[in-house]
Design a protein around this ligand. Structure first.
Ligand SMILES: NC(=O)c1ccc[n+]([C@@H]2O[C@H](COP(=O)([O-])OP(=O)(O)OC[C@H]3O[C@@H](n4cnc5c(N)ncnc54)[C@H](O)[C@@H]3O)[C@@H](O)[C@H]2O)c1
Length: 372
């Protein structure tokens, strides 16, 4: 199979879908890998690294037009539409829920779209999302460390245990992948960390992985209010259902927080668990509501592109190999977890959530592949 790795065009997106090691693996199996000049530079991989791995360097358009499978990171943007062709596989984060026009475009062009974010694993997890969430949680704590500094708009508190000074308190809501990432760093810096969750099993499992300066509380209104009053940093790591209209932290609640406290919204759902959350960018990451600094960057992992590209590439490579070696239909039929990510196929929409949200016709992925 001819596999194309483009340089991402989205602003501040420095990740690349496949590292040189992944390219070497694909080439060893008899595939041709076309890589766009400088596709890995933002992640610390040079063109020479890709050439040494057996890749062939190409210009932007050539990568899109010549490959059977476009292996990338971000969704397809308007500028890329005309570069796609019928029967081409697009393997990437698609987020068709948020980009219905893109989904329609892929359908109209007969493109097979497979979304990383919907691929599942045998534990019910999302293997291409989890590593990014962990990085986002860690990046969220590092953002707190940075923006708490007086020179960056904070109250000048060092989020670390310093003798003679009260130990800072960090509250994390959500004990999943991102919550664990945030907690690991916040605790390692010596802060008093409290994690709130509704899932006892998640907290029980986390207890064994985190040090003793992490306390676990059931997430209920009373516990949350107690934390809001005393915390120096609130980090939101809840996976908030898109259909939920209420909030855990309301605008009014901000008034009970300490002056100089920060809200880091890793989950980054506009008016989601945190009512005052509005997603921001790396270029303009913070704003204030009720005197509380908010950091709500929606692609935190991109700031750690070298690390993120390696974990993302490792998570998606087994599926890319299966698609390349078996052909996309067989790979999808053989693996229900990969099939879960099938979004568009031969003009049909095969992702239920997007069909329901945008009132579009839905076809079961297996039926679509078998032509039923
Ligand atoms: N900003 C970014 O760059 C970025 C990057 C990656 C992921 N994310 C987002 O971060 C969010 C979390 O992702 P994750 O992988 O950590 O999710 P996850 O499913 O691993 O964890 C979510 C946790 O929230 C808990 N939870 C649910 N309701 C709760 C409540 N009322 N109170 C307290 N806890 C509650 C769940 O029990 C679960 O343990 C997602 O929305 C994801 O899209 C953002």
């Amino acid at each position: 199979m001819i596999i194309g790795i483009p340089k991402e065009i989205k602003k501040n997106e420095f990740r690349v879908a496949a590292t040189p090691n992944a390219v070497a693996d694909l080439v060893r199996r008899g595939n041709t890998v076309l890589f766009e000049t400088d596709c890995g530079v933002g992640s610390g991989f040079s063109n020479a690294d890709y050439i040494a791995a057996g890749g062939k360097e190409c210009a932007h358009e050539e990568v899109y037009k010549s490959c059977d499978m476009l292996y990338k990171v971000k969704e397809i943007e308007e500028a890329e539409y005309d570069l796609l062709h019928e029967g081409q596989i697009v393997f990437t984060y698609l987020h068709s829920n948020a980009h219905p026009d893109m989904a329609k475009e892929l359908m109209a062009r007969g493109v097979t779209g497979i979304a990383y974010e919907d691929i599942t694993d045998e534990n019910g997890g999302f293997p291409a999302l989890a590593p990014m969430s962990v990085l986002a949680g860690k990046g969220g704590f590092l953002a707190a460390l940075y923006f708490a500094q007086s020179v960056h708009g904070g109250n000048g508190m060092l989020l670390s245990r310093i003798p003679g000074v009260p130990t800072p308190e960090v509250t994390i809501i959500g004990c999943g992948n991102s919550g664990m990432g945030a907690a690991e760093l916040a605790a390692a810096f010596g802060n008093k960390v409290t994690i709130l969750d509704v899932n006892w099993k998640a907290m029980e499992a986390a207890k064994d992985k985190l040090p003793a300066n992490v306390e676990f509380l059931y997430s209920n209104r009373e516990n949350l209010v107690a934390c809001l009053k005393r915390t120096d940093v609130l980090i939101n790591c809840i996976l908030w259902p898109k259909t939920r209209k209420d909030h855990l932290v309301n605008r009014e609640d901000l008034k009970m927080m300490k002056s100089g406290a920060l809200i880091i919204d890793v989950a980054c759902d506009d008016a989601g668990a945190v009512e005052t959350c509005v997603s921001t960018t790396h270029d303009d990451p913070i704003y204030y509501e009720e005197g509380i600094l908010h950091y709500c960057v929606d692609n935190i992992p991109s700031a750690f592109s070298c690390t993120a590209s390696q974990t993302l590439s490792a998570a998606t490579l087994p599926h890319a190999i299966a698609i390349a070696q078996k052909g996309v239909e067989q790979a999808l039929l053989d693996n229900a977890h990969l099939r879960r990510g099938l979004t568009t196929y031969k003009g049909k929409l095969t992702l239920l959530e997007t069909a329901e949200k945008h009132n579009m016709a839905y076809t079961d992925p297996k039926d679509a592949i078998l032509g039923k």
